[in-house]
Ligand binder design. Sequence first.
Ligand code: HEC
Ligand code: HEC
Length: 370
Amino acid sequence: MYSFSYFASMTRSLNHSVFTRCYFLILFSFCIVSADAQIRNAPLTKIDAEKAYQNYQQYCALCHGKEREGNAADFAPSLRSNSLMSTMPLNFLASSIGFGRPNTAMAAYLSDSGGPLTMKDIFTLAIWLKHESGAQTISLPLKPIDGDPVTGSSVYQQNCTECHGEKAEGITAPALANPAFLAFATDEYIKYAIVNGRDDTEMSPFKETLSDRQINDLTAYIRSLTSGWSPEPKELSPYPKPGEYVTNPNGKHPDFKLIKNRYVPMAQVAQAIKEGKRMVLLDTRTTSEWHNAHIPGAIPIPYYITEDKVDEGLPNDETWIIAYCACPHAASDKIINMLRKKGFKNTAVIDEGFFNWINAGHPIIGGKPE
Ligand code: HEC
Ligand code: HEC
């Protein structure tokens, strides 16, 4: 409305025929732009946009990059590629943030799942991401794609395993077999990504190298990996209190040998736990992940905690403080850097990270006390 009357008053002084032409031209382009903007982006106020930007920098930039370019840590995907942002519906985008992708470094951020953000924060963030990307929404058909999953499996083995893994579990690229991904990704969404790739990322378009038939078979194969998923309401357990932070308060200090003055091999930590050594374990992942499972005795100090709160209740003496994340380093490094800046001496990061800790069979527990 503002720009409308502004243009009208601006053109009033012009001669009539120019005025009429200008007026219609401006009105016409204004209508196109606003109609397009409405389709492309749900409304976003300046305050909401500012809040979303801050939330993005605090919670997401660590892995997805300050400019949403992806790959800052953990092979997190780009959140600004036209291919992704034009085809990922808002509810899919918001649920990826709210519920995460279980068993990947992408955690659940929704407060109901034990994360730090409200539903409104998450939707605002999702709308802001779309808005910032400038991508135009493409409405893809919902109809399933007809293809042969068996042929698709061999096309997959020949072309995709190097990045997505033999079982589509994800290596340097997203886990295509992830149940939360497949619960939302339609066949056409998957096909579009294969055909067009994701601009400015390692995912190149396959439309030149594979036939339409092969891509349909691939899509059918990926679809066949669906195992069923829906977000479950979670019972959240209370966080440990400062008096409970030290594991084995009466034990001896462990004798850790660090790599590059920072990283401790997980075998040394597992051994120290077994021997009842005194230490503090920090789970630096999103709090929802701590609720899912953590190393026994670990306390949640997520990577997005502010510097003034990071050391609340932590002993600043000889006690070893060991951080871990899934990344395996990015989130932990951030917390350990803050602590070292504050003068904490015996600090380290578990080198291999939490997923390798689980795979090696070391102990974990759920958030609820057993
Ligand atoms: C610790 C690293 C990390 C942080 C922090 C993180 N992500 Fe992710 N994110 C990932 C990874 C890794 C994936 C890919 C997971 C997979 O294998 O499917 C991902 C996937 C996604 C996806 C799906 C994209 C796609 O191509 O399918 C979205 C959307 C997303 N993240 C948004 C966010 C937002 C918004 C935040 C902040 C609230 C955030 N992420 C924080 C690591 C992270
Ligand atoms: C060189 C590595 C590489 C190869 C090979 C590769 N991809 Fe990807 N793929 C990626 C990366 C990286 C992404 C995430 C890009 C981003 O958004 O940042 C991706 C994204 C995707 C997505 C979108 C996932 C999502 O969460 O939206 C699909 C679907 C996909 N790839 C399918 C395939 C298939 C099928 C093949 C084999 C024909 C293949 N890719 C081969 C690296 C690769």
